[in-house]
Design a binder for this molecule. Structure first.
Ligand code: FNR
Length: 358
C-alpha cells in the first residue's frame, strides 16, 4: 500500500515530516483584546503537533489592529505579541511539527463580533469598540458595514505592515508564513472584480488587481530570506458569474511562482454570497487545476476527513499535501490515526504515551 501522506516534503530549507497539515482556524480566544496568544492557543496548537501533524498553521493573525476580523483575533504588529508566540512555536518544534502562521488583513470583513461568546453577529459598531473598515473600494460585504476605499499611500502601509509581521514571525521562530488572500478578506477583495472597482494601478485588469498581493509577497520574501517557504492561500473561484474563476487563479498562481511563492493553499469562496457545492473533497479539483496550470505545489483543503481520502488526493496528483481542518478539531491525533489506517510505522508517537501502543 502507498504511504504518500507520510512521505516528507522539502520546500526551500524546510522539510515537513509528512503531508498532513493543519490549516489556519481562527479561535477567537485572545483574552486581553490586544492580539496576544493565550493558554488556549498553546494547548490547541500543541495538541495537533503532538498528534503527528506535519505542519500546524496558526490562524489568521492581524498585521495591524484594524486587520483583525474581531477584537478576539491574534495579532503580530507588536514585539509583545511576537514574544508570546515563542513558547508556542518552541513546543510545536519539540513535537516535530513545522510551525507556520497565516498573516492576514480582514479588509471589509474586519470589525465584526467574534464567531462565538456573544449573542450578536455582523459588524461591531465603532461606539462598542469596532473600527472603520477598509477595502479596495467602498463596497460592503452583504450585511456588514460599508468600508472606506484605501488610498495609494495606505496601500503602501498595508504592504509595510505585512512586511513587519513577517519579520516578527521569523523572529518568533516560525518556519514558514502563509499570506491570506482568500475568503473575501482584503487581498481577495483586491483580486476579485466583484469587490474592486478601482481605476488606479490596483484595479481594472487581473494583473492590476494582483499587484497588492505580489507587492506583499516581495516584501515578505525580503524579510524571511531565501530559506523560508512562503505560502499563499487563494480562493480559486468566487463561485458566481462575473467573479474570479479558476482560470484567473491559475494566472495569479503563475505570477506568484515568478515572485518566489512556494505553495498555493487552494480554498474557495467567501467574497460574495454564493451557492457553493459543499461535499467531501469539494475543492480538491481546484487544487489540481492550480497545480497543473501553474506548476506550483498545492495543498488541498475542504472536507478532507479520512486517511484514505487524503492518500487518494496525493496519489491522483491533485495536491502535494492535505490540510485537515474540522476533523483535526474533532481528533487532534488525526495523523497518528492515519498512520494506523495506512499501516505505516511512524516513530513520532509521543513517548509519554508509549504504554498505549504496546
Ligand atoms: C476556518 N477557516 C479559516 N481559513 C483561513 O484561511 N483562516 C482562518 O483563520 C480560518 N479560520 C477558521 C476557523 C474555523 C473554526 C474553521 C472551522 C475554519 C477555514 C479552514 O482553514 C478550512 O479551509 C475549512 O474549514 C475547510 O476545511 P475542513 O474544515 O473541511 O477540513
Amino acid at each position: 500500500m502507498s504511504h504518500l501522506l507520510f512521505e516528507p516534503l522539502t520546500l526551500r530549507g524546510l522539510t515537513f515530516r509528512n503531508r498532513i497539515w493543519v490549516p489556519p482556524m481562527c479561535q477567537y480566544s485572545v483574552e486581553t483584546l490586544d492580539g496576544v496568544p493565550a493558554p488556549w492557543h498553546t494547548v490547541h496548537y500543541g495538541a495537533m503537533a503532538r498528534g503527528g501533524a506535519g505542519a500546524v498553521i496558526v490562524e489568521a493573525t492581524g498585521v495591524t489592529p484594524e486587520a483583525r476580523i474581531s477584537a478576539k483575533d491574534l495579532g503580530l504588529w507588536s514585539d509583545t505579541q511576537r514574544d508570546a508566540f515563542v513558547p508556542i512555536v518552541d513546543f510545536l518544534h519539540t513535537q516535530g511539527a513545522a510551525a507556520g502562521i497565516q498573516l492576514a488583513h480582514a479588509g471589509r470583513k474586519a470589525s465584526t463580533y467574534p464567531e462565538w461568546g456573544t449573542d450578536h453577529d455582523g459588524s461591531l459598531p465603532v461606539d462598542e469598540g469596532g473600527w472603520q473598515t477598509v477595502a479596495p473600494s467602498a463596497l460592503a460585504f452583504d450585511g456588514l458595514a460599508e468600508p472606506r476605499a484605501l488610498s495609494e499611500a495606505e496601500i503602501a502601509e498595508v504592504v509595510a505592515a505585512f512586511r513587519s509581521s513577517a519579520r516578527r514571525a521569523i523572529e518568533a521562530g516560525f518556519d514558514f508564513v502563509e499570506i491570506h488572500a482568500a475568503h473575501g478578506y482584503l487581498l481577495h477583495e483586491f483580486l476579485s472584480p466583484l469587490s474592486n472597482n478601482r481605476t488606479d494601478s490596483y484595479g481594472g485588469t487581473l494583473e492590476n488587481r494582483a499587484r497588492l498581493l505580489l507587492d506583499i509577497v516581495d516584501a515578505t520574501r525580503t524579510e524571511v530570506g531565501e530559506d523560508v517557504p512562503v505560502f499563499v492561500r487563494l480562493s480559486a473561484t468566487d463561485w458566481t458569474d462575473g467573479g474570479l474563476t479558476l482560470d484567473d487563479t491559475v494566472h495569479v498562481a503563475g505570477w506568484l511562482k515568478e515572485h518566489g511563492v512556494d505553495l498555493i493553499d487552494v480554498s474557495s469562496g467567501g467574497n460574495v454570497m454564493a451557492k457553493i457545492p459543499v461535499g467531501p473533497g469539494y475543492q480538491t479539483n481546484l487544487a489540481a487545476g492550480v497545480r497543473q496550470g501553474s506548476g506550483l505545489p498545492t495543498a488541498a483543503v475542504g472536507l478532507i476527513s479520512e486517511p484514505f481520502q487524503g492518500e487518494h488526493i496525493l496519489a491522483t496528483g491533485q495536491a502535494d499535501a492535505i490540510l485537515v481542518g474540522r476533523e483535526y478539531l474533532r481528533d487532534p491525533n488525526f495523523a497518528l490515526r492515519a498512520a494506523d489506517a495506512l499501516r505505516f510505522d511512524i516513530d513520532y508517537r509521543p513517548a509519554q504515551y508509549h504504554r498505549a501502543y504496546k
